[in-house]
Design a protein around this ligand. Sequence first.
Ligand SMILES: [Zn+2]
Ligand SMILES: [Zn+2]
Length: 211
Amino acid sequence: MGNTYRAMEISSPGVFSLVERKIALPGAGQVRIRVEACGVCHSDAATVEAQFPNLSYPRVPGHEVIGRIEEVGPGVTTWKTGQRVGVGFFGGEDGTCEPCRRGETVYCQNPIITGVTTDGGYAEMMIAEARALVLIPDELKSGDAAPLVCAGITTFNALRNAGRAGDTVAVQGIGGLGHLGLEAPMSSLRPRQADLRSVACFPVLKFGANL
Ligand SMILES: [Zn+2]
Ligand SMILES: [Zn+2]
């Protein structure tokens, strides 16, 4: 293995550049991941087009990352090399701001956001906070798992908070996120209504929704 890796970085707003970077050691509490798959999310466009406040360039987009841990940094005790993990949009909370101290880490005032405040998965490897990782089961292919760590968790959370099992729900639009809501095998909710304007009704038919 050489001491460089390739990354697709945004060198300035709107400009993609394929670059060679020097492999970095993970810092305290971090791991370095060899990327196996990275989904493309619409939010990546905000990195490309400088729509997030205080973005600095160059920046590697990509927050639907699946890869294998190659090296663990100092103080990481819960993960080991060789494990296949996922990293999503929320790359870590500071643990000290008011929302964090209330336990609402999703509203952290100083979050690490993969592909926005730190480099993401449009690369052969990336550094991630160990506390932001999820373990990927062996039976799930990396390419199939990648969208689940952003689009999948978004729809899963929406369904989980929309009602109780057995409730009727409407999924408006069956695009990149909506179809995952319909397919979600982890949900006991059954799709019954679908947006007929969608061009992607196939999953609904497959799962027996009434159109
Ligand atoms: Zn996303
Ligand atoms: Zn915080």
